[in-house]
Design a protein around this ligand. Sequence first.
Ligand SMILES: NC(=O)c1ccc[n+]([C@@H]2O[C@H](COP(=O)([O-])OP(=O)(O)OC[C@H]3O[C@@H](n4cnc5c(N)ncnc54)[C@H](OP(=O)(O)O)[C@@H]3O)[C@@H](O)[C@H]2O)c1
Length: 280
Amino acid sequence: MRIFITGGKGQLGTALQTTLAAHKLTAVDLPELDVTDKEALFTAVSDFQPDVLINCAAYTNVDGCAKDPALAYKVNALGAQNQALAALELGAALLHVSTNEVFAGDHPDGYEEWLPPNPINAYGRSKAAAEFLVRSLLNRHYVVRTAWLYAPGGRNFIHAILDRARNTGQLRVVTDEVGNPTYVNDLAQAITQLIETHQYGTYHFVNDGACSRWEFANEILRLAGLEDVVNTPILSNEFKRPSTPPPYAALRNVAGKALGIELRPWQNALAAYMQDHINH
Ligand SMILES: NC(=O)c1ccc[n+]([C@@H]2O[C@H](COP(=O)([O-])OP(=O)(O)OC[C@H]3O[C@@H](n4cnc5c(N)ncnc54)[C@H](OP(=O)(O)O)[C@@H]3O)[C@@H](O)[C@H]2O)c1
């Protein structure tokens, strides 16, 4: 297949270039291609003539989205719309990547794929709008929601916890934000399988199981041999930030499992990541 990836320098865009290496690929990102520039996007996509377009481009800074919702909408919703229109014009499919933050976070048992989005912050609203636009414009779409991504090399929750633990010997982490820590390599592998199926629709690709940020931090400390670091559980109202994360917004993968696409438990994925990238 010929595959065109936007946001190619980001965490997921980078991982996909490895898992999709058997295909004919092109990956673009800022500054050479801005997905909000419809004409430039149409030209680049039409020059390449892809079978599948994969939208990994996004404004992912949730606090930045809270401060500038118009910019969030422009990049996340209009950028997705431009890609859906380009795919439509060229007869390509679109795989659009979305987030657990399209949900309010009021489901302690987790969200299945068919539940309606009801976002509570600007990032989630821009991503929910993107999903709506993609679904309305293009039949041949995959909407893949994911959560709490971490990737080699990047600044992520794991590195933030380890830095703080090593520098201060103590942590305060929230218990009332629950999600699915997800290793980007596992997500990229699942997407690589999905685009072979032509089973269009909405999917939840996260590492299996869910935990709070506090439990996630405890597992990171355990794997790093830092169990003696004091990790105090706190509530999110003690940790104010511009964007309010959805409290209980874990995703459940039902549709992917029906196709035989499953991601390993988050604890196993985290152990593999730490083994390869932290504990040498
Ligand atoms: N990270 C997570 O925890 C998480 C969780 C759930 C869902 N997701 C979704 O998963 C997808 C991939 O996320 P990720 O973690 O790989 O994000 P990422 O690392 O932030 O990558 C996004 C890429 O898009 C680029 N970009 C931003 N604005 C653009 C524009 N106008 N035109 C073209 N490219 C632009 C960014 O460039 P700059 O860096 O230069 O801005 C960056 O290279 C996104 O749709 C995100 O919403 C992520």
